[in-house]
Design a protein. Sequence first.
Length: 156
Amino acid sequence: MSHSQNAAATYGIAFAIAAGMLVLPARSQNSEDPPARIARLENAVLAPCCYREPVARHQSEIAIKMRLEIEKWVAGGRSDGDILGTYVERYGSKVLVDPRSIPGWWTPWIPWMAVILATGFGFWRVQRWQAKPVLATAPGAEVPALPDLEDEELGG
């Protein structure tokens, strides 16, 4: 095989892989069950009255209307991009939820871990504070007596 044939075969394979990568997400998007798809879309769009809460949770009139529209459009076979694009045309790009602003699964655990660590540290400190020093002596050894302190030495 010559160099040009080798390059053509490589480009052909790369093109086939790229085309497959574009077709597979479109197919898998339609194979998703409608309730899950509706829930995902409702959580991807913010209520345009305040732009703070996803349509799935917001209770305003416009959010309820948008939930009904999303359900109707999914049942009608519209793609996710088409549905989201419609809302971007109507309300602007800030209607879409920024995926970077969604907290990770670990976020709710941070305060609990801080409480557990602080409690453990507190118990450790109290235990050390209450521990009395023990003199290490050999069995049968005489323990030296502590000198008596008189009132004058104590400053009283």
